[in-house]
Write a protein that binds this ligand. Structure first.
Ligand code: SAM
Ligand code: SF4
Ligand code: SF4
Length: 337
């Protein structure tokens, strides 16, 4: 059975993003600043993370409620042991049409083949710069671009589809917009420029550091001929463009300059098993306790339906309208990007 569940603004439930771990080998300033996520930072103990069995149980319930896409993220999802085992179970869930993985790519060299063999079709690899020194600075761990480029190659060699994510922060890496566009076009990998977002409270977000889609397009159009591509499906997040005369494309995630809450179909499961109906929520629904109680699948389904039915989140729309109130927000590495 596959139901259609809608929220209070008539948005269906279609996607589930699952953060499998809150730890990461990078300390990107815009996500996990090293001065906050330092040696004393208390990450979740293993017992607080959802087990693979629990993740599969939840995913089955979501698929039954109309979820077609799952995305594994974190923190760095490839730090979770035997992730391929989880993927193998998720691909077999009825109704799930697509599974994605977002990673910084460093461990793909080691894992790409196993992931592909488990049934993964594609990965999104984050890379914010092709300049080694700048990249080392941005990831806060002095790691150069080579391991990420190796990861990209390994993913391609394994037969995985590869998209590249680049967060552009004004004053930091806007010099890399054209080099990254040239590189991804040459490699025929769709590049997604992500506007720097005000997730969490630790990344020092300021509007003046956001490089908007309009500004990015101005830079790109000085060198490339681009034409807009039609939306492929309801709720598609990226605004896509094609390099004229080729199949290569580039896209923009415009959470700040052109919010897209009106078609947001995504629920998020944090590393400790809480459910969030918006990236900017402060509090989640503690699903882990429910999973570890004697609640039946029917009762869990009922809970998720009522949670989604009540959903009225539209944070980015409110930010654009200037009506957001000061509120508690969860960190990106915890809730998953
Ligand atoms: N560690 C993996 C990675 O970096 O790909 C997966 C988790 S990361 C939180 C998921 C995505 O969120 C990455 O593409 C990252 O660049 C993006 N991200 C993190 N913080 C962000 C922010 N403040 N604004 C916009 N995107 C952000
Ligand atoms: Fe880690 Fe990804 Fe956050 Fe960078 S963006 S700190 S790689 S979780
Ligand atoms: Fe969805 Fe919340 Fe982002 Fe709006 S702000 S698109 S509701 S996650």
């Amino acid at each position: 059975m596959n139901r259609q569940v809608k929220d209070s603004l008539s948005r269906p439930l279609r996607d589930l993003r699952i953060s499998v771990i809150d730890r990461c080998n990078f300390r990107c300033q815009y996500c996990m600043p090293a001065e906050i996520f330092d040696d004393t930072f208390q990450f979740l103990p293993k017992s607080e993370l959802l087990s693979y069995e629990e993740i599969v149980r939840v995913s089955k319930i979501f698929a039954d409620l109309g979820v077609k896409k799952l995305r594994l993220t974190g923190g760095e999802p490839l730090l979770r042991k035997d992730l391929a085992i989880l993927i193998e179970s998720l691909v077999n869930i009825e109704g799930v049409e697509d599974i994605g993985l977002t990673t910084n790519g460093v461990y793909l060299k080691k894992h790409a083949e196993k992931l592909k063999a488990a049934g993964l079709q594609r990965v999104n690899i984050s890379l914010d710069s092709l300049d080694d020194d700048l990249f080392k600075k941005m990831n806060g761990r002095d790691i150069g671009i080579e391991p990420v480029l190796c990861g990209i190659r390994a993913a391609k060699d394994a037969g995985l589809g590869v998209k590249v994510n680049m967060v552009v922060k004004k004053g930091t890496n806007e010099s890399q917009v054209l080099p990254m566009a040239r590189f991804c076009k040459e490699e025929n990998m769709p590049l997604r420029f992500i506007e720097f977002m005000d997730v969490g409270h630790t990344n020092g977000w300021q509007l003046k550091n956001v490089m908007t889609k309009k500004e990015l397009l101005e830079v790109l159009l000085a060198e490339f001929d681009l034409e807009p591509v039609k939306e492929e499906y309801y709720g598609e997040v990226a605004k896509r463009f094609q390099y004229k005369g080729t199949t290569a494309e580039v896209g923009f995630i415009t959470s700040v300059s052109e919010s897209f809450c009106s078609s947001c179909t995504r629920a998020r499961l944090s590393a400790n098993g809480s459910l969030y109906t918006c990236l900017f929520n402060g509090k989640g629904h503690d699903l882990k306790s429910m999973l570890r109680s004697d609640m039946t699948d029917g009762e869990l389904t009922h809970f998720i339906i009522s949670m989604w039915n009540e959903r009225d989140d539209r944070y980015s729309d409110e930010r654009s309208a200037g009506t957001v109130k000061e509120q508690e927000k969860i960190e990106m590495s915890f809730i998953g990007g």
